[in-house]
Design a protein around this ligand. Structure first.
Ligand code: ZN
Length: 237
């Protein structure tokens, strides 16, 4: 089916029949919805969110560092949606355009602010992921959900590629690897950690949550390929 470079199906992001087009060698990144531009991991997250929190449209909802077609959908359909990016030239909590400035490790949101926090491919770029997870959980209401994607190398141990020393400078333990950065297209984001099999223990150990992983493989919804796992961490009641 993919040999011809496209497949028909229904997209969970734009909720329409569509054609998924393979625009490169990498299904996870390159199998795009021809209508909304979503990628398999965006569609997987949407499918799991609809299943786990069907009332998300009426939720108080924070997304950190959005950079996918889901941003427009969430803004359009959820009144309680707030999107944040980290800007090193803005005070935490200040607003730039449609985004509020937040450092995921030191957020200015009050405890128990949100029913839902979403992060899409963010945790591999955070220097202190445990602190970020504690902060995400702090800002959730009891029973609230953190729904997220992160490349998960479940078959091997975690690899730390870079760390931040006490003075704040970056120490590279392995050659730097970068992903795209939604607010600085030319800057790119450094991959700090390749999360391996310890990830679930790290999350729940740091934040006191209970985490499940959902893996969908559904060609009719354009959800296939590697690294389409969707994690759902629940804060205790
Ligand atoms: Zn679509």
């Amino acid at each position: 089916m993919l040999g011809r470079g496209y497949m028909r199906g229904t997209c969970d992001v734009c909720e329409r029949k569509t054609i998924f087009v393979l625009r490169g060698p990498w299904i996870r990144g390159d199998l795009l919805c021809s209508r909304c531009g979503s990628r398999p991991r965006n569609r997987a997250l949407m499918a799991v969110l609809n299943e786990q929190l069907p009332t998300w449209r009426s939720a108080s909802f924070h997304e950190s560092s959005p950079g996918s077609p889901l941003l427009q959908k969430f803004r359009r359909e959820c009144q309680g949606y707030v999107a944040s990016h980290y800007y090193d030239d803005l005070a935490p909590g200040a607003v730039r355009g449609d985004f509020v400035c937040q450092d995921l490790e030191r957020q200015t949101f009050a405890d128990g602010s949100f029913d839902l926090v979403v992060t899409q491919d963010v945790l591999e770029h955070v220097f202190d992921a445990r602190q970020a997870l504690r902060e995400i959980t702090r800002t959730l209401k009891p029973g609230g959900l953190h729904v997220f994607t992160v490349p998960w190398y479940y078959w091997r141990p975690t690899v730390v590629r870079a760390r931040r020393d006490a003075s704040g400078s970056v120490e590279y333990l392995l050659p730097p690897d970068y992903h795209g950065n939604p607010i600085k297209p030319q800057a790119r984001s450094l991959v700090v950690t390749e999360w391996g099999r310890e990830l679930l223990e790290v999350i729940d150990g740091a934040a006191g949550t209970t985490t499940e992983v959902h893996r969908l493989d559904d060609a009719n919804r354009g959800i296939s390929g590697a690294f389409v796992d969707v994690f759902v961490s629940r804060k205790p009641l």
